[in-house]
Design a protein around this ligand. Structure first.
Ligand code: MG
Length: 401
């Protein structure tokens, strides 16, 4: 079956209305930047007033910045698959101008070969971030189409479900609300940074101690630093938080600073370190796994190169004896299927795109039609063909139309 069309599209699906009024104001609402590459709330390198790292994300739909990028791959009999990534016009133009012309006429089932071709087509213009986002959208659309043509869900094509339900963890500083929503494992974002010195570290300890009190010692607790720390502060935070049994410290340092991560690894060898949501393509994961620098790899299936890249990363991790836990995958059909069908993934994250305001049920959170909703801290993917999404073509106009 030959590919007849590869196109970047906008995602103008009907939004799910939020019927329930929030029970009370969330003191953390609007404070997504408590820790970020730009700033922590008090003591990061820059204060919030100096800028934000993603205006499209902060201003939301209708801000005049198209952030989401869908992709349609169509074949001879009119069947089509849907894939997804983000970062707007740059990603969309890579799909339309660089990838699409090379894929027309190729066999839709050759996901492995086409993934390899896409990485080679794009390597001369830079093989990461925007390129791997474009690859992700096309690769996921190809897998979705393969599933639809075979009439099977993607997790079955991968080899079948590896568990009854996928365990989730939820990311937000409102641990109390996450617990009420039924989540069993929790991650918090750090709110103080290197410039806060010991006083900031003490405040971090207080927040973590309070969270541990709330959830007890049967649940996992993690700390995400959003790339905002330095080596010395991470070492001190790790030492001070030992009593609270963190499962991992995440994104302590800027993602490209792999040599700093090596130093950090040697400074705190007992501390489980997690990173990878801002690594693009397979090679950074391969390097980190082979050197034993990182303990938990966290690729994002819509950024790293799609399902084809995730399969390779999971195999690398399994051979190195380390874990893969997808970034943000709990809220996406793509991440759910990968985590249900690959033995090397132990858990997935539910973050901002999944979590509702206080008092609002998870079912009322906007999502692609056909995406299952977490229940009791676990999730089961749709068993419909492909990734099980119920998108309609009329919701997916050409990105540059
Ligand atoms: Mg993270």
């Amino acid at each position: 079956m030959k590919i007849t069309k590869v196109k970047a599209v906008r995602t103008e699906y009907p939004r799910i209305p939020q019927k329930t009024k929030p029970r009370k104001a969330d003191k953390y609402a609007g404070k997504i930047a408590t820790g970020s590459p730009m700033s922590t709330s008090l003591g990061g390198r820059y204060f919030h007033t100096e800028g934000w790292w993603d205006h499209a994300l902060m201003k939301g739909v209708g801000a005049g910045i198209e952030r989401d990028v869908g992709c349609i791959v169509e074949c001879e009999d009119g069947s089509w698959g849907f894939g997804f990534s983000d970062r707007g016009r740059i990603t969309a133009s890579i799909i339309d101008d660089y990838i699409a012309p090379n894929l027309i006429g190729r066999n839709v089932f050759e996901t492995e070969k086409i993934y390899d071709m896409m990485t080679r087509i794009l390597s001369p213009i830079g093989s990461n971030s925007f390129s791997t986002r474009a690859i992700s959208a096309v690769d996921l659309a190809l897998w979705d189409l393969k599933g639809k043509l075979l009439g099977r869900p993607i997790y079955e094509i991968l080899g079948g479900s590896i568990t009854e339900k996928i365990p989730l963890y939820a990311s937000s500083n409102n641990t109390e609300w996450l617990k009420e929503l039924g989540f069993k494992n929790f991650k918090r974002f750090i709110s103080w940074g290197p410039r806060d010195q010991l006083s900031g570290i003490n405040k971090v300890e207080k927040e973590i101690a309070d969270a541990r009190d709330l959830i007890g010692y049967e649940s996992e607790l993690m700390l995400d630093c959003w790339l905002s720390m330095d080596i010395e502060t991470t070492v001190r935070v790790s030492e001070q938080l030992k009593p609270y049994k963190l499962k991992w410290i995440e994104d302590a340092l800027l993602s490209e600073s792999i040599t700093q991560y090596e130093v950090l690894r040697n400074r705190i060898p007992q501390q489980t370190l997690a990173t990878g949501e801002h690594w693009y393509g397979v090679h950074p994961f391969s390097h980190a796994a082979s050197k034993g620098i990182i303990d938990i790899l966290q690729p994002d299936i819509t950024w790293v190169g799609g399902l084809s890249a995730i399969i390779k990363i999971v195999h690398i991790a399994e051979s190195a004896g380390i874990d893969v836990i997808l970034h943000g995958g709990g809220g996406s059909a793509f991440g759910q299927h990968a985590s249900y069908g690959l033995t090397g993934i132990s858990m997935i994250e539910c973050s901002g795109p999944v979590i509702t305001p206080i008092g609002v049920p998870l079912e009322e959170k906007d999502r692609f039609p056909g995406t299952p909703v977490p229940k009791d801290g676990t999730i089961i993917p749709s068993d419909a063909p492909g990734f099980g999404l119920e998108m309609k073509k009329e919701w997916l106009p050409d990105f540059f139309s």
